[in-house]
Design a protein around this ligand. Sequence first.
Ligand code: PXP
Length: 241
Amino acid sequence: MTPMRLYVNIDHVATVRQARRTDEPDPVAAAALCEAAGADGITVHLREDRRHIQDADVEALAGTVTTVLNLELATSEPIVALAERLRPFQATFVPERREEVTTEGGLDLTRRDPRLAAAIARLQAAGVRISLFVDPDPPALDRARELGVPAVELHTGRYARTWRDGPAALEELRTAARHGRGLGLAVHAGHGLTYRNVGSVAALAEVEELNIGHSIVSRALMVGMAQAVAEMAALVRARGA
Ligand code: PXP
């Protein structure tokens, strides 16, 4: 099995800072600690409401991340323009609603969205690798393929909510991951993954990248970022072994 990549989402380092609108904790320093502890990449979501990560954070991270930067974004013009200028290694398009606590579902690709197609084209022209955050639903993957992107990220939210109740959500992820690979897409996954539930998703052979944030930052409050990342990296790389 190919090794799994762990990208650490550091949004909630910025959440703590924004609680006081001060300058600590610093997401740039956190990213460096994650990388030193074995993260394969750093993920941040620049939301339209700027509730955690700020434009200046993305600017700084674009210059300091030594692994790769994965920028999550919706199709808002100023954010697409920022991504076009900074050229992160990867941009993951996500849906966004202002009132949500976190990203609640995958992109709705059932209707043609000219803004999404245009944003994909702009960032691809800038050399940015594009991933689309989608529900684990084979027709959604078919549409992602039609949009000409190389990668999808499967929303693991339902699995994260229901994994204790039975295998249905895991099987849904497995089917979607196989379907995605069959279409030639790189398959990523994330949302709601924790130290307790990550194992079964890491064991899906078709998945090559996990994006994990809240659980790692939460554990980092207790044991420090280096240990929190190292523990998750060990679980992820074991891949069910
Ligand atoms: N992947 C995507 C597309 C997300 O929007 C998020 C949350 O920002 C994550 C992964 C990480 O989710 P969590 O913080 O629950 O690990």
